[in-house]
Ligand binder design. Structure first.
Ligand code: ADP
Length: 498
C-alpha cells in the first residue's frame, strides 16, 4: 500500500513539495524560491520555465531526502498561485513569453474599457468575478495581441493557454487540463453551465482551441511521464491555492469559512450547491468539483480578498523600522492598553473587498501628542481584523448564513493577540488548527480522495485538529463603536489618489 501523497504547492514566491502521510501529517518538505520580474511599474512576471524547473526539482528532492520512491506515492495533488497566465507552444512545450502574474496591472485600462462598454454585469453574471486585471482573461488577450504572431498561431491551434496548474500538468504528463476552481478565475468560464463561454471568448477575441479541458478537482487527470520520477504517478488533485486551503481546513459544508492571514487576507465562505451572486462586491467562485461525470458535485464559495494583511506588519518592520521581526509586533502592541484612538487604514495599494477602491491610500488618523509607536503597532494589527470584519459582514449580507466559527491559517494567524481581537470584533469564535499548511494539505486531500488513499470527506474532517480557540469577549456596544470608528476612518482614506 502506498504511504504518501505528494503535494505540489506552486506559490507566488516559491515552489514547494510536501509529502503527507495517512494521518494528514507532514513527512517531508522541500522549497525553492524563484525570481520575481518587474519589467515596468505595475507589471509582474515569472519565467514559466523557471517555475517548472524549480517545481520539478523540489518534488524530486523531497523524495530523495526522505528515501521515498515513486511507488510509495499514491498520487500527486497540485495547488497553485491563481490567475497567473501562461501561453505555450503545444508541440515544443516552450512558453512564448514570461507568465503574467496575478498581481500584474497592465490590463487595467482594457478592463476600464470593457466596463465603459457595459460588459461588467455580463462577466459578473457568468463568471462570478468583477471585471478586473487580476484575472486571467485579459492577460491572455494581452499576450495574444503583443507576442508577434501569437494570435495567428492560436487560430491555427498551435498554442495552449493555461494557469499554473495546467502548465505544470502539461510539463509533468503532456495532458492539457485545468480543474473547475482554476477555470473559475479566468473570466472565460461560465460557473453555472461549467463550460468555457463562447460569448465571453468572442468579446475578448480568444480562440477556443487555446483552452484546456476542464476536469474535476479530485479525479485522476493524467499520469506523470515515466522519466521524471522513475515510474508514472497519477495526478489526482488540482485546486487553486485559496480553494485548496478551504478544503484543507475541512470547510466542506455550506456555512463554513476560513480566512488565511498571509501577505493579504483571503476569506472564503462555502455556500454549498448555491452560486450566490454578490450584491456587495465579493467574488462568486468555484471551490472544487469532486467526482466525475454524472456523479460530479461542485461546491461554490463567496470570496473576499484584503490586499494588506500580514504585509501591514512587514511595513512596520521595513518601512518604519519599529520592529526587527514580524513576531515582535505582539509584544510592542501589548505594551499599551489600547491603540489610544489611533486608526490605521493600510490602503497602500488601494482597498480590496468590499470597497474595491484602487484610489484609496494608506492613512493613520486619530494621533495626538501622546501617540507612540506601540499605538501605531496596535492599530496596524487591529486593521487586519477590521478589514476581515468588513469582508465577513458583506458575506453574511450576501449569503444570509450566520457563521458559527472562523477557521484561520497563514503566517499572521500565529499572532494570538490578533486572533483574540479578531474574535472580538467579529463576535464569532476563531479557531486555529494544528496543521497550518492547509493549502498543500487541501491539494493532498483532493488527490488522496480520488485514489482511495482516504475514503471520504468525513475521514478527512476527522483529521482536522484544533490548536487554539479564541472566544469573542467584547461587549456589543464597544464592538459597534469600534466598527463605526473604523468605517469613518476608511472614508478618510478613500478616493485619495485620483
Ligand atoms: P505568504 O504565504 O503570503 O507569503 P505567510 O502565510 O507566510 O504569507 O505569512 C507571512 C506574513 O505574516 C507576513 O506578511 C508577516 O508580516 C506576517 N506575520 C508573520 N508573523 C506574524 C506575527 N506574529 N504577527 C503578525 N503578522 C505576522
Amino acid at each position: 500500500m502506498s504511504k504518501f501523497i505528494l503535494a505540489i504547492d506552486q506559490g507566488t514566491t516559491s515552489s514547494r513539495a510536501i509529502l503527507f502521510n495517512h494521518a494528514g501529517k507532514i513527512h517531508g518538505l522541500a522549497q525553492q524560491e524563484f525570481p520575481q520580474i518587474f519589467p515596468e511599474p505595475g507589471w509582474v512576471e515569472h519565467d514559466a520555465n523557471v517555475i517548472w524547473r524549480s517545481q520539478l526539482s523540489v518534488a524530486q528532492k523531497v523524495l530523495q531526502d526522505h528515501h521515498v520512491s515513486a511507488s510509495d506515492i499514491a498520487a500527486i495533488g497540485i495547488t497553485n498561485q491563481r490567475e497567473t497566465t501562461v501561453l505555450w507552444d503545444r508541440k515544443t512545450g516552450t512558453a512564448l513569453a514570461n507568465a503574467i502574474v496575478w498581481q500584474d496591472r497592465r490590463t487595467a485600462a482594457l478592463c476600464d474599457q470593457l466596463r465603459d462598454e457595459g460588459k461588467a454585469a455580463l462577466f459578473q453574471q457568468k463568471t462570478g468575478l468583477v471585471l478586473d486585471a487580476y484575472f486571467s482573461g485579459t492577460k491572455l488577450k494581452w499576450l495574444l495581441d503583443h507576442v508577434p504572431g501569437a494570435h495567428a498561431r492560436a487560430e491555427r491551434g498551435e498554442l495552449a493557454f493555461g494557469t499554473i496548474d495546467s502548465w505544470l500538468i502539461f510539463k509533468l504528463s503532456g495532458a492539457h487540463v485545468t480543474d473547475t476552481s482554476n477555470a473559475s478565475r479566468t473570466l472565460l468560464f461560465n460557473i453555472h453551465t461549467m463550460q468555457w463561454d463562447e460569448e465571453l471568448l468572442d468579446i475578448l477575441d480568444i480562440p477556443r482551441s487555446l483552452l484546456p479541458a476542464v476536469v474535476s478537482s479530485s479525479g485522476v487527470a493524467a499520469h506523470t511521464h515515466t522519466a521524471l520520477f522513475g515510474t508514472p504517478i497519477p495526478i489526482a488533485g488540482i485546486a487553486g491555492d485559496q480553494q485548496a486551503a478551504t478544503f484543507g481546513q475541512a470547510c466542506h459544508q455550506a456555512g463554513m469559512a476560513k480566512n488565511t492571514y498571509g501577505t493579504g487576507c483571503f476569506m472564503l465562505l462555502n455556500t454549498g450547491k448555491l452560486a450566490v451572486a454578490s450584491q456587495h462586491k465579493l467574488l462568486t467562485t468555484i471551490g472544487w468539483t469532486l467526482g466525475d461525470g454524472a456523479s460530479a458535485s461542485t461546491d461554490y464559495m463567496l470570496e473576499g480578498s484584503v490586499f494588506m494583511g500580514g504585509a501591514t506588519i512587514q511595513w512596520l518592520r521595513d518601512g518604519l523600522g519599529i520592529i526587527q521581526q514580524a513576531s515582535e509586533v505582539e509584544a510592542l502592541a501589548s505594551s499599551v492598553p489600547d491603540a489610544g484612538g489611533v486608526v490605521f487604514i493600510p490602503a497602500f495599494s488601494g482597498l480590496g473587498a468590499p470597497y474595491w477602491d484602487p484610489y484609496a491610500r494608506g492613512t493613520i488618523v486619530g494621533m495626538t501628542r501622546g501617540t507612540n509607536k506601540a499605538h501605531i503597532a496596535r492599530a496596524a494589527l487591529e486593521s487586519i481584523a477590521y478589514q476581515t470584519a468588513d469582508v465577513l459582514e458583506a458575506m453574511q449580507k450576501d449569503a444570509r448564513m450566520p457563521l458559527q466559527e472562523l477557521r484561520v491559517d497563514g503566517g499572521a494567524a500565529r499572532n494570538d493577540m490578533l486572533m483574540q481581537f479578531q474574535a472580538d470584533v467579529l463576535n464569532v469564535p476563531v479557531i486555529r488548527p494544528v496543521v497550518t499548511e492547509t493549502t498543500a494539505l487541501g491539494a493532498a486531500y483532493l488527490a488522496g480522495l480520488a485514489v482511495s488513499f482516504w475514503n471520504s470527506k468525513e475521514e478527512i474532517a476527522a483529521q482536522w485538529q484544533m490548536d487554539k480557540r479564541f472566544e469573542p469577549n467584547m461587549r456589543a456596544d464597544e464592538r459597534a463603536q469600534r466598527l463605526h470608528t473604523w468605517r469613518r476612518a476608511v472614508q478618510r482614506a478613500q478616493a485619495w489618489d485620483i
